[in-house]
Design a protein around this ligand. Structure first.
Ligand SMILES: *Cc1c(COP(=O)(O)O)cnc(C)c1O
Length: 441
C-alpha cells in the first residue's frame, strides 16, 4: 500500500480541501473521520495473504498505514505534485528516515549550513555514529563551485528552501542540476515555505521533507512530519545498492524475492521508508494528529498569505526603527535574496523574519521579557505571532564558528508572523522597545 495521490485536475486551493478524500467511501462524512484503530480485520486467509504479498492494497496495522493518515499523505502529495508520500510523527523523523534511507551503510551528505538548529545539531552529533558524514557546504550559494564539494561517496545534497532562522534563499534549480549531474538526489526541507509559497519538485527537488508541525498545519497543536518523492529519481544506481536489494518480505507469489523499485515502481523511496524505517523504527503519526493536520491544511493558503503580509509589514516597521541594526527578510529592498524572491516566490517569501537588536544584552533581555502579545517560544508557523532569541535557544547548540558559517549573530531575534492585526503587533514591539531602553546599559 504505497500512497499514490489520486489524479485530478483541481487547482491548489481545491486540492487542500479535497485531495485524498471521497466522502462516498466514508459514510458520506464531510469531515474526514479519525480511524482510531490499531488493526484491521482480514476478510479471510486469502485476503491476509494478498495484503502481506503486496498484491492488494489495504490496511494491516496503524504503525505502517492508517486511513486518516493516508488522507493527509495524499493531500500533501497533491499539493506538492509528488508521486508518493509517507507521514511520520515529527519533522525530525522525516529528515532522519530520509537521510538514513539515502545513505544507510555509510556515505556523505552535502548540506547547506543555513539550517534548522535540530538538523544542524543532529548532523554533527548523531549521523556520524551511523557512518554518515555530513559536510557543511562552503559554496551552497555558488552552485558552480558547489560541484567541487561533491565527493565520490556523497549521496545527496540537503537544503532548506527558506532557511530557519535567517531566511536565506538558494538557487534550488541550479543546485538540483549540480546534484543530478553527479547522480545524486536533492532533498529540500520546505517547512518554512510550505507548498503554498514554493514547490520544490517543480524546481528540481527529488525529495521534499516537512515539519508539518509548523506552517503547513499552522495551529501549534501537533508534532508531525512528512516525506514526499518526485518519482523521477533513478535509485537503481551503484550509489544506492539498498534500492536494488531483494527482500524476502517483498517476495512474489512464487516466493521470488523482490526489490522496492520492483514492487513500488512509482514510489520506491517513500515505500522503502514506510516498510523499513517506519515499520521497524516506528515513528508513526497518530490518526488524531493526522486529523488535526487536515483541519489545518484546509486554511493553508489564507493563513500563509496573511502571515506573509504581516511579515512584510513587520519587516518594514523594523527596518525604520532606530533600535534595529539590520532586518533580514527576502523581499526587503536591500536584501541579497530579493532577486531570487522575485523569481521563485511570487506569492511572498514566508512568515519568518529576523532582526539585529541594537542595544546591550541586558536591553535585549528586557525587550524579550516585555513583549505581551507575541509568544516567546521556539515554534514557528503558528496562527499566533511568535518571537525568540534564536542564537541563545533554537540554535544554542551551534559552536561559535558554526554560528559564523550559518550567519547567526548573537543579537539576532527571530519573528514568526501570525494572523493578528499588524497594528497590534507593532504596538507590542514598540512598547517592548521602550521598556528595553529604560535600562541604561
Ligand atoms: C521544526 C523544524 C524541523 C523539525 O520538525 P519537528 O516537527 O519539530 O520534529 C525541521 N526543519 C525545520 C525547517 C523546522 O523548522
Amino acid at each position: 500500500m504505497s500512497v499514490v495521490p489520486e489524479k485530478n485536475n483541481y487547482r491548489f486551493d481545491t486540492q487542500r480541501l479535497r485531495a485524498g478524500y471521497d466522502p462516498k467511501e466514508h459514510n458520506y462524512a464531510v469531515s474526514p473521520p479519525i480511524y482510531q484503530t490499531t488493526s484491521y480485520d482480514f476478510r479471510d486467509v486469502a485476503h491476509a495473504m494478498a495484503l502481506f504479498g503486496f498484491r492488494e492494497t489495504g490496511n494491516l496495522y496503524s504503525r505502517v498505514g492508517n486511513p486518516t493518515v493516508s488522507i493527509l499523505e495524499q493531500r500533501v502529495a497533491a499539493l506538492d505534485g509528488a508521486a508518493g508520500a509517507v507521514a511520520l510523527a515529527s519533522g525530525m523523523a522525516a529528515i532522519s528516515y530520509t537521510l538514513l534511507n539515502i545513505a544507510e551503510g555509510g556515505g556523505r551528505i552535502l548540506t547547506s549550513p543555513f539550517l534548522y538548529g535540530g538538523s544542524a545539531d543532529s548532523f554533527k552529533k548523531i549521523y556520524p555514529k551511523f557512518g554518515i558524514t555530513i559536510d557543511f557546504a562552503r559554496n551552497i550559494e555558488n552552485p558552480e563551485k558547489l560541484a567541487e564539494e561533491i565527493r565520490p561517496d556523497t549521496k545527496a545534497i540537503f537544503v532548506e528552501s527558506i532557511s530557519n532562522p535567517n531566511t536565506v534563499l538558494l538557487d534550488i534549480d541550479a543546485i538540483a542540476e549540480v546534484a543530478h549531474e553527479h547522480g545524486i538526489p536533492l532533498v529540500v526541507d520546505n517547512t518554512v515555505a510550505t507548498p503554498y509559497l514554493y514547490n520544490p519538485i517543480a524546481h528540481g527537488a527529488d525529495i521534499v521533507v516537512y515539519s508539518a508541525t509548523k506552517g503547513l498545519t499552522g495551529h501549534g497543536n501537533i508534532i508531525a512530519g512528512i516525506v514526499l518523492e518526485s518519482g523521477k529519481f533513478n535509485w537503481q544506481s551503484e550509489k544506492f545498492p539498498q534500492f536494488s536489494e531483494r527482500y524476502y518480505t517483498l517476495r512474489d507469489i512464487n516466493g521470488n524475492h523482490r526489490s522496492f523499485p520492483e514492487v513500488f515502481p512509482e514510489t520506491p523511496f517513500t515505500s522503502r521508508i514506510r516498510f523499513n524505517y517506519l515499520n521497524y523504527f516506528g515513528a508513526a503519526l497518530s490518526p488524531f494528529n493526522a486529523y488535526l493536520a487536515l483541519i489545518g491544511l484546509e486554511t493553508l493558503s489564507e493563513r500563509v498569505a496573511k502571515q506573509v503580509r504581516n511579515a512584510e509589514i513587520l519587516a518594514e516597521y523594523l527596518s525604520n526603527h532606530e533600535a534595529v541594526e539590520w532586518v533580514r527578510y527576502p523581499t526587503l529592498k536591500n536584501s541579497p535574496y530579493r532577486a531570487l524572491a522575485e523569481r521563485d516566490f511570487p506569492k511572498g517569501a514566508g512568515g519568518i523574519l529576523s532582526f539585529g537588536f541594537k542595544g546591550t544584552e541586558a536591553q535585549r533581555e528586557a525587550f524579550l521579557n516585555s513583549v505581551q502579545l507575541f509568544h516567546y517560544h521556539v515554534n514557528i508557523g503558528d496562527a499566533r505571532s511568535l518571537i525568540v532569541n534564536s542564537p541563545q535557544t533554537t540554535h544554542s547548540e551551534l559552536e561559535p564558528e558554526e554560528k559564523k558559517l550559518a550567519d547567526i549573530p548573537e543579537n539576532l531575534i527571530r519573528i514568526s508572523a501570525g494572523l493578528e492585526d499588524p497594528d497590534d503587533l507593532i504596538a507590542d514591539l514598540e512598547q517592548a522597545f521602550k521598556k528595553a531602553f529604560e535600562i541604561k546599559n
